[in-house]
Design a protein around this ligand. Structure first.
Ligand code: MN
Ligand code: MN
Length: 453
């Protein structure tokens, strides 16, 4: 159903509400890419998916996953048709905007120990001060072991945070433009305040290091080979008096990750091999080994072709891509009644109107976008309408208002038919983003219908 409020479809809202409960658990746990991978594998394995290493060959209906460097996953259920006839792919990203600790993060100033960060992805820096923050990540030691760090999300943990100037002394700060109110180098976390006994010039930092060593067995230099992300502390919550929405950190793009993953898990005996790929680094350009531009996906298809015995795996991986159809499962901007001026009311996404199709993204004359083929769009319209999925179409804001991108063009470069299909988000990239539960559910239904189409 095109452009209709999806809540009206459900006199009994139990299925929609229950689906959101599973999602809230997923979102609350998956604060980083590595944690999202861990949780996704848990879900996949609970439904019979196995690591590719445990297969000597693959046949129809086998369920298989491949993990790339703990930050990128591809999962498949093998179809009846050969893989070279194409796959049905759902692609979403598991990274979200945040701050990362620098290589030399720890310093002391006036008997405060602080942690220096560098932000990741597009953020409004002023939104990240004076809120409870948590640290999640890994420290890789020279002896080959990896230590998992996790502070601030257990109810018994302390939280960390970034200070802001009191209003009383903010005369100069209040005159600055929003991008300068909090500058990147001011995004440093307050870590500790108690000094270690003795007359060290950095006794508070020494004490902090002692606590870190006692708890994690790591030295200051070990931060060099670490990946520690600073994210909002706390769980995803119901939002709104009617509990129609979910508030949480990282809906972009974990709401599409979850709905895509469950759509795959709930797919049985597909004609075409169904795939859900979860990529890293979308927020910084999809680059690197675990991003959508990596050869990982192509290599993985070649591995599958070797196991299905389809021959010429590298060549056929390209043929498979060319014949594939993909939904780039990524979020879209929702119409915000407080800021109507940034949207074209006939071409924007509304809360609770269901899955959003973005034919193109980009900015200033569609630059950088994968402008989907109308032939493919027609196929998608029929797929959603036949399955009674509520869906809508949207552009990311008015012309020349700004813009954004997704991973769609990267798979498009393989000559694949790709279109963006996701969930509308309010306050996108803020520490607390909001989505509608019924949009989450319609996305799941739409993704599931697509895998069978
Ligand atoms: Mn996104
Ligand atoms: Mn984003």
């Amino acid at each position: 159903m095109y452009k209709k409020n999806a809540w009206k479809k459900y006199s009994d809202k139990k299925a929609v509400m229950n689906f959101a409960e599973g999602y809230k658990d997923f979102l609350s746990f998956s604060k980083t890419e590595r944690l999202a991978v861990k949780k996704s594998i848990e879900l996949l394995e609970s439904k019979g998916y196995k690591n590719i290493d445990s297969f000597k060959s693959l046949k129809a209906n086998d369920k298989v996953y491949v993990i790339n460097k703990n930050k990128n996953v591809a999962a498949f259920i093998i179809g009846k048709k050969p893989i070279t006839e194409g796959l049905r792919i759902l692609g979403a990203h598991i990274d979200s905007p945040r701050m990362d600790l620098k290589e030399h993060p720890l310093y002391e100033s006036k008997e405060f120990a602080l942690l220096n960060t560098h932000y990741y992805g597009g953020i409004k820096k002023y939104q990240w001060v004076t809120i409870p923050l948590a640290l999640h990540g890994v420290v890789c030691k020279k002896d080959g072991t990896t230590v998992e760090v996790n502070i601030g999300d257990d109810e018994n943990d302390p939280v960390l945070g970034i200070t802001d100037l009191l209003i009383h002394l903010s005369k100069n700060q209040m005159e600055k433009t929003a991008d300068k109110v909090i500058e990147g180098e001011k995004l440093d976390l307050t870590l500790a305040n108690i000094p270690l006994d003795g007359d060290s010039k950095q006794a508070v930092k020494d004490n902090a290091l002692k606590i870190i060593k006692d708890k994690y067995g790591i030295e200051e230099e070990d931060f060099l080979s670490a990946e520690i992300e600073v994210v909002p502390a706390g769980k995803a919550r119901d939002y709104g008096l009617d509990r129609s929405m979910v508030a949480g950190y990282g809906h972009d793009d974990r709401c599409c990750v979850y709905s895509s993953l469950i759509a795959l898990i709930d797919t049985d005996k597909p004609e075409y091999t169904s795939c859900c790929i979860l990529v890293d680094k979308e927020e910084i350009g999809s680059v690197g080994a675990t991003g959508a531009q990596s050869l990982f996906f192509e290599n993985t298809i070649a591995k599958l072709l070797t196991l299905t015995g389809e021959g010429h795996p590298l060549y056929n991986a390209r043929i498979a891509f060319e014949n594939s159809k993909m939904l780039s499962s990524d979020v879209s901007a929702a119409y915000d009644p407080l800021y109507p001026e940034v949207s074209d009311p006939d071409n924007c996404a509304f809360f609770s109107y269901g899955l959003v199709i973005n034919k193109y993204t980009g900015s200033r004359g569609k630059t950088g976008s994968n402008d989907a083929m109308p032939e493919f769009y027609a196929f998608i319209r029929k797929t959603f309408d036949d399955a009674n999925v509520n869906w809508q179409s949207s552009e990311l804001g008015k012309v020349d208002q700004g813009g954004g991108g997704t991973i769609a063009y990267i798979l498009g470069n393989y000559n694949m038919n790709v279109i963006d299909a996701g969930i509308p988000v309010l306050s996108m990239h803020a520490p607390m983003e909001v989505i509608s539960k019924v949009d989450l559910y319609e996305a799941y239904l739409g993704y599931k219908a697509f895998l069978k189409a």
